[in-house]
Write a protein that binds this ligand. Sequence first.
Ligand SMILES: NC(=O)c1ccc[n+]([C@@H]2O[C@H](COP(=O)([O-])OP(=O)(O)OC[C@H]3O[C@@H](n4cnc5c(N)ncnc54)[C@H](OP(=O)(O)O)[C@@H]3O)[C@@H](O)[C@H]2O)c1
Ligand SMILES: *[C@@H]1O[C@H](CO)[C@@H](O)[C@H](O)[C@H]1NC(C)=O
Ligand SMILES: *[C@@H]1O[C@H](CO)[C@@H](O)[C@H](O)[C@H]1NC(C)=O
Ligand SMILES: *[C@@H]1O[C@H](CO)[C@@H](O)[C@H](O)[C@H]1NC(C)=O
Ligand SMILES: *[C@@H]1O[C@H](CO)[C@@H](O)[C@H](O)[C@H]1NC(C)=O
Length: 316
Amino acid sequence: MFTILLFAGVVIVAYIFRCFVVIGKKCTSKVKLHGKTVIVTGSNTGIGKTTAIDLAKRGARVILACRSKQRGEAALQEIKRESGSNQVVFMQLDLGSLKSVRSFAETFLKSEPRLDILINNAGVLMHGRTEDGFELMFGVNHLGHFLLTNLLLERLKECGPSRIVNVSSLAQNFGKIDFNCLNSHKALRLGTSFTQMFQIYSDSKLCNVLFTYELAKRLQGTNVTCYSLHPGSIKTEVLKDINPFVQMLLTPISSFFIKNTTQGCQTTLHCALQKGIEHLSGRYFSNCTVKEVRAKAKDDAAPKKLWEMSEKFCQL
Ligand SMILES: NC(=O)c1ccc[n+]([C@@H]2O[C@H](COP(=O)([O-])OP(=O)(O)OC[C@H]3O[C@@H](n4cnc5c(N)ncnc54)[C@H](OP(=O)(O)O)[C@@H]3O)[C@@H](O)[C@H]2O)c1
Ligand SMILES: *[C@@H]1O[C@H](CO)[C@@H](O)[C@H](O)[C@H]1NC(C)=O
Ligand SMILES: *[C@@H]1O[C@H](CO)[C@@H](O)[C@H](O)[C@H]1NC(C)=O
Ligand SMILES: *[C@@H]1O[C@H](CO)[C@@H](O)[C@H](O)[C@H]1NC(C)=O
Ligand SMILES: *[C@@H]1O[C@H](CO)[C@@H](O)[C@H](O)[C@H]1NC(C)=O
């Protein structure tokens, strides 16, 4: 009897823990987006896709900026069906190629008159190099989005009040930027082991936070605000490139502790839509709430230095 009660107790506590701590808050904004245009990068799967569905349901014209034509067009059909909107468009964008970023921006600026919300969501967790020779996670998670954001900034300013949202990660807490390594090797750090992969991922996610901070400063006096965020731990394809054995070990644990993609896009939606958070521009969010970051992510020198180095890398 006691064992059963104890077991029931543990289950209830675990359930409450899951509801409140894992799942977290929901975006409560009821904002409609008719006549507004939104770009979501990496929206063919994962939280990018559920974000795109939600925004399309609110009436926005949604641009799916994805690298694979085949995967992007398959998602396009699904997003149209799920949202009941046909204001959804696929445009090819490979963030691992500065040339592709430029050509995406050119096509977009020529064909679309507005841009109200830019959601920099795409991200990778794997080793490699981009077309331009940058370490892959730095190149895709940071540099590609840096160039994209800069090329679209004028249009965002013209359409203000507008927003930029950067999907970072809790992992940014473990990040560090080694400017010397970046300068000489086009990489945040060298090394190809499993743990180094997570370390570089964390560094690249710290870049997102630093940039949001620097960007907010540069956007003062405009009607453009920007936010970075941790979406939570979500069951997506982000781990698809890691060891299948580790994936198998993680699956039972993850199905309990991990959010699904609807739950996982709530903080992104909050940052994109919630009225009255404009004074928090440049800040980092988690669980639909603004959070403090380490002093390292706030000091003035690093964000500025990273900005300048990124400008040089992109030849801006
Ligand atoms: N899942 C989590 O627990 C978690 C936690 C913290 C932060 N995040 C962040 O949340 C964001 C979304 O991740 P997710 O979990 O939804 O991952 P996901 O399911 O792997 O989706 C990532 C998306 O990014 C795209 N992408 C990758 N490389 C690209 C490139 N070079 N150019 C354009 N698009 C590219 C992918 O396209 P393909 O389909 O073509 O690969 C895919 O659409 C990422 O920034 C990730 O770092 C996730
Ligand atoms: C999210 O916020 C809610 C409400 O403020 C809180 O109860 C919950 O513990 C938070 N969850 C996390 C993971 O911080
Ligand atoms: C998002 O991150 C990219 C790359 O780190 C950066 O260039 C851009 O300014 C950031 N935007 C916001 C809103 O944080
Ligand atoms: C910002 O938007 C407000 C209200 O829409 C407008 O009055 C103001 O002129 C805009 N400011 C800039 C710098 O565009
Ligand atoms: C996620 O879970 C919630 C609650 O169980 C459910 O309403 C929602 O449809 C799920 N979303 C996905 C994409 O499975």
